[in-house]
Write a protein that binds this ligand. Sequence first.
Ligand SMILES: Nc1ncnc2c1ncn2[C@@H]1O[C@H](COP(=O)(O)OP(=O)(O)OP(=O)(O)O)[C@@H](O)[C@H]1O
Ligand code: SF4
Ligand SMILES: [Mg+2]
Length: 327
Amino acid sequence: MTTDSDILTVSDVNVDFSVPRGTVHALTGVSLSLRAGETVGIVGESGCGKSTLAKVLVGLQAPTSGHVSYDGQEAWRLSASQRRKFIGRHVGMIFQDPSTSLNRRMPVAQILRDPLDVHRLGTRASRDRRVDELLDLVGLPKSVADALPSQLSGGQRQRISIGRALALNPRIIIADEPTSALDVSVRAQILNLLMDLKTELNLSMVYISHDIQTVRRISDRIATMYLGRLVEDTPALDVDDNTRHPYTRALLSATPSLLHAKTPISLEGPVPSAVNPPSGCPFRTRCWKATAECAETMPEPTHDSAHPDHVFRCFHPVETQRVPSVN
Ligand SMILES: Nc1ncnc2c1ncn2[C@@H]1O[C@H](COP(=O)(O)OP(=O)(O)OP(=O)(O)O)[C@@H](O)[C@H]1O
Ligand code: SF4
Ligand SMILES: [Mg+2]
């Protein structure tokens, strides 16, 4: 569903990669929109297309077909240099592993300045001031400005990545597993920093993670992906007992919260190949509710009757635990 407050929209996006054994269908018919000030979490197993979607959202990956627009501006209608400029000013990206995503030969100050230099923003003095501001924003002392990434801890490096992503004052941050390469002890600090910055700077955010509990904690909406498809888009408040797609239920049941003890739903069999996805609904080879109909076509998006923002693609959705309202 697209609304006036949508600042980033992808519609019907496919991404195919040619490989020696055929074509990898990394994304198929993905539509998603991000509204001003909201956080959308994206969950799904390894290989389901989360990072490919992240790259589409920041213009690093061209869709094979479909549309990507920012504030109504279609990104792939612009020339390459216009697109880089336009998306660079709107969207910042934080990658999983800061030890590979930061240039190891550049000192910290230069890493933070680089986006300002590339986009030729401000004067020399104002760029230096911005570097100081960015260090402050991500909670690092000015003394790290001359250090190389290898001289910093993993958590400090990820703070630098966050600072670099914020350098041009973007309205949107795309974070692809930003804590999973870090020591468990610093993950919460980085997550809290992102949440604080989001509020302080009024950012919109797409947060990708395997960890549905973390995503649930920080997101307004949660999108579930399976084998290149977006199969459910749920308001976070609804996520506990009211998700309708069997796959989202299985993901949730595998990570029971302390409050709601759940019986894990075990999924039989491997995730099918993205080169030869099953016909119809891609989840049907592992779904306990699958019928012959599920092999025929991919179910169209259905809006949940109780919450029009809640959309799922399933012929036999799981019943919700909502208490019926008494009139
Ligand atoms: N450049 C590429 N060339 C060929 N195949 C690719 C390429 N990038 C991704 N893929 C394939 O596309 C599919 C989606 O990959 P992607 O990295 O987006 O998944 P993911 O959900 O981010 O996985 P993970 O949780 O392991 O990070 C996978 O089958 C992957 O092997
Ligand atoms: S459409 Fe069929 S196979 Fe797919 S999730 Fe729903 S019940 Fe399962
Ligand atoms: Mg990934």
